[in-house]
Ligand binder design. Structure first.
Ligand SMILES: [Zn+2]
Length: 378
């Protein structure tokens, strides 16, 4: 199933040789999965030629869906997607909740609505991401809308019967890139946003797994940075090249008013001073990301996050290349991937549910059967 999701529809024989198991084993497993409805046989695209026609195996379209939801400080979005990442339903709503409880209720209602629209019985699981991955124990203070992961998990489990997976946003991006983004087999994802996070997919698995898994590089020191961090060190990533750090600097310099938001760093009508801040940040990232790359030694590196104008993004990627070459003596396989679709985060979050399902489809299908008929929605 993992091969079919990543490579597309595939015949039994091709599948057996692609994953190195016997044709007999494939046939037996495929029969079981077809009976469960987890695989389908499509009659399409039979190549003309000698021998028996090839009947490609595929994942079902509408009968198996994954749902993803994302809590942003300003909005909540949720979508349902096929196992190939095609959107079936999508809704987004401005964040109205002023307390953690209200925010969780709001999210649960939205997820309920999307699950109902997509069909309760078809939904395999729910993936959820939040943009904050760590406790903010210094400045800037937590936003009113920041929600504790455990509270969120418990709040959603009270309402929704589906398996739920809650992860920091960078891990969802890594998983989405692997299953739906034609990512290679060993990819380091670096997300630059309110914090800088990293996640690595190697051989189809997230490298750091389990609760509180690694991937936060907040207090890694950016060479040459003199910005003091609340942790007591000087030059931490968190104090130097996150959006929060830039925002703090922009407000301190009077470039943005107090209370300005992350998005104000990237205004439609740009200023030279903001450009200057972002260009410096691109250089800072160019000094620190190669250190992380040389530590975990991925096959390729994907930089995510808004960063700035296309020119500023190129500056950043070029700085990473130069520094990596200087340090390691090899060319860096590094690229920036944008993500300008409205359902971007909902889709990446849904990939978390897909990833969990594909880890053990038979067990999952068994769980579906024992949950029985669709649970009524409150
Ligand atoms: Zn620090």
């Amino acid at each position: 199933m993992r091969a079919i999701v990543r490579e597309g529809p595939c015949g039994r024989k091709e599948l057996a040789s692609a994953i190195g198991v016997s044709f007999t084993t494939i046939t037996k497993t495929v029969t079981e999965l077809i009976e469960l409805g987890a695989l389908t046989e499509s009659a399409a695209a039979t190549p003309r030629g000698v021998g028996r026609p090839v009947v490609p195996l595929d994942v079902p379209a509408a009968q198996r869906l994954v749902v993803g939801a994302h809590l942003h400080p300003g909005s909540t979005s949720c979508g349902a997607f096929t196992l190939r990442g095609e959107q079936v339903a999508f809704r987004t709503t401005a964040a109205g909740g002023r307390t953690q409880r209200e925010r969780i209720e709001e999210a649960a209602r939205l997820v309920d609505d999307v699950v109902t629209e997509a069909g309760v019985a078809a939904v395999l699981g729910i993936g959820m991401t939040t943009p904050w991955a760590e406790v903010h124990h210094g400045q800037p203070p937590p936003l009113l809308s920041d929600v504790d992961h455990d509270e969120l998990r418990n709040g959603l489990r009270e309402r929704l019967p589906h398996p739920l997976r809650l992860e920091p946003n960078v891990r969802a991006l890594a998983v989405e890139h692997h299953w739906w983004g034609a990512g290679g087999d060993d990819v380091l994802t670096v997300l630059v946003g309110r914090s800088v996070g990293v996640a690595q997919m190697r051989g189809g698995e997230l490298v750091w797994d389990g609760p509180g898994a690694g991937g936060l590089v907040s207090h890694v020191i950016v060479p040459g940075s003199g910005f003091p961090c609340a942790c007591g060190q000087v030059g931490c990533v968190k104090a130097t090249c996150t959006d929060d750090a830039l925002l703090q600097r922009a407000v301190a310099a009077g470039l943005l008013p107090p209370g300005a938001l992350q998005r104000d760093l990237y205004p439609a009508s740009d200023t030279e001073q903001l450009q200057g801040l972002r260009r410096d940040r691109a250089e800072e990232l160019g000094r620190v990301i190669p250190l992380i790359m040389s530590l975990v030694a991925p096959g390729e590196t994907t930089i995510r996050g808004r960063l700035g104008t296309p020119d500023e993004i190129s500056t950043c990627v070029e700085a990473i290349r130069l520094r990596f070459r200087a340090l390691v003596g090899r060319e860096a396989n590094v690229r920036h991937h944008g993500g300008e679709r409205p359902d971007f985060w909902a889709r990446a979050s849904a990939a978390l549910a897909l990833d969990r399902y594909l880890a053990s489809p038979l067990e999952h299908e068994g769980g579906r059967a024992s949950r029985g008929s669709p649970v009524p929605v409150p």
